[in-house]
Design a protein around this ligand. Structure first.
Ligand SMILES: Nc1ncnc2c1ncn2[C@@H]1O[C@H](COP(=O)(O)OP(=O)(O)O)[C@@H](O)[C@H]1O
Ligand SMILES: [Mg+2]
Length: 428
């Protein structure tokens, strides 16, 4: 299909690589027959919220699993189908979706809920964007629910980014507290299984809920997911073996469908930029590296400069050393030297330890406790979940840290001095 360009020849060009690129956008919700290997998960989510379609109270459910395992997709898919099924039973069921990584406070989340409820109805009252608090947004939510809905499914995506969990209690107690008669079913989503424990500490039993775990995709599922979107490309552009390679790379790393699709898209863009007529395995390899660096940068984007320096320190030890794991003390020594290099005051070793734990929480590193025997005490060993090269590149993208030695610089270091303390002078 040729692109519509409004008739100006300056912009009239046939895309030689992509045909329907939108199929490769992360937010794209594929048709039901293009959803691969999630029948059980679809069934299970439907079993929790499905009572709504019969006019009965739903269960709340929490979905856990790594990024790119289809949690957002499946919850939207099931919620929309529940809404349709409810409608055919004359039940008015709303669907609300909030990405809590953006709306990361209770005020922002409730504002967004109120606004999207207003959008779905002919609610006349003005909902202010600023200057009012959470309570007022709740008032609007209850009023709209009361006036227009029998039930609502609220999807709180990336709920672990929310600074408190009060909203879960408010939503689950709303009927009991006589705020509204509408049934409310919450689908909470977290990329971090660790969130489970903090959740239990934060909420009381009023938010009764089931839990579901989404597992990473294997290579053959990833292959099928991508095959289903092959028409994103022009015919015969994808060389044989590219989808297989892309699936294999993504499966080996994280079983992440988002990543697999991203790599495929990036490979296409690379081919187009370099004037190639086809997408080759080489494009996939290069795209994979770019995607990984982007991912690390994204994961660490909210982190402090010290967390980034801590990550860099661990990466640089791995690159210059001959081990995959290092103790907190060893990372700290390297970190202090690196701080000097970028003229930053180092934090304490204990502070660094906490930064490393935070990174473990983000899934960038893995920390394992090793018993050194009673006399030595136990200590943590840290390893990177990704190629240290990617960490170095991602950290150096921070403009305040671009003075740090590049990967090639680190590699050039004489490995005989590797595990001793570094002479960082030699880098500058
Ligand atoms: N089972 C699947 N079938 C087809 N596409 C999928 C499947 N799972 C995930 N995807 C696609 O992969 C990307 C990431 O999925 P998403 O639901 O956002 O993952 P999560 O929310 O777990 O991080 C989306 O573009 C989605 O459409
Ligand atoms: Mg998601």
């Amino acid at each position: 299909m040729a692109e519509q360009t409004g008739g100006d020849p300056l912009f009239e060009s046939h895309d030689p690589i992509f045909n329907r690129k939108e199929l490769l956008h992360v937010g794209h919700v594929p048709d039901e027959d293009r959803i691969v290997g999630r029948d059980d998960e679809i069934q299970s989510v439907a079993a929790e919220v499905g009572a709504i379609t019969r006019g009965d109270p739903p269960n709340n459910v929490m979905l856990y699993g790594k990024t790119g395992t289809g949690k957002s997709l499946i919850s939207r898919h099931v919620a929309t189908r529940a809404q349709d099924a409810a409608r055919s039973n004359d039940i008015d069921c709303g669907v609300l979706y909030v990405d809590c990584s953006e709306a990361n406070t209770e005020t922002r989340t409730t504002r967004q809920l109120a606004l999207s409820l207003k959008e779905q109805t002919d609610y006349q009252q003005n909902i202010p964007l600023r200057g009012v608090g959470t309570m007022e947004y709740y008032q609007h939510i209850w009023r709209i629910l009361e006036a227009c809905f029998d039930a609502v499914i609220v999807i709180l995506d990336e709920i672990d980014k929310l600074d408190n969990s009060n909203i879960l209690m408010q939503l689950s107690r709303a009927r009991e507290a006589r705020k509204t008669d509408a049934y409310i079913g919450v689908i909470g989503i977290s990329n971090k299984v660790q969130y489970r424990e903090t959740l239990d500490e934060r909420i009381d039993s009023s938010f009764g809920h089931r839990e579901l775990f989404f597992h990473p995709y294997d290579a053959s599922q990833l292959r099928e997911i991508m095959r289903n979107r092959e028409d994103a490309f022009q015919p015969d552009v994808l060389e044989g073996g590219t989808i297989e390679l892309c699936a294999a790379l993504a499966a080996k790393k994280h079983g992440d469908a988002r990543k697999a699709i991203e790599i495929l898209k990036e490979a296409g863009e690379l081919a187009r930029r370099t004037g190639s007529e086809t997408v080759s395995e080489d494009h996939i390899q290069q795209a994979q590296e770019v995607a990984e660096i982007n991912r690390i940068e994204e994961l660490t984007s909210g982190a402090t400069v010290h967390a980034k320096l801590a990550l860099y320190a661990l990466a640089s030890r791995i690159i210059t050393g001959d081990r995959e794991t290092y103790k907190t003390r060893e990372v700290y020594e390297r970190y202090v030297g690196i701080c000097e290099l970028v003229a930053n005051d180092p934090i304490t070793e204990n502070g660094l330890y906490r930064q490393l734990k935070e990174q473990a929480f983000l899934g960038v590193i893995e920390s394992e406790k090793t018993g050194g025997g009673r006399s030595q005490g136990s200590y943590l060993l840290h390893r990177l979940v990704t190629d240290p090269k990617h960490i170095v590149k991602a950290v150096r993208r921070d403009s305040s840290l671009e003075e740090l030695p590049t990967y090639d610089h680190l590699r050039e270091r004489d490995s005989s001095t590797a595990d001793r303390d570094v002479d960082l002078e030699s880098f500058s």
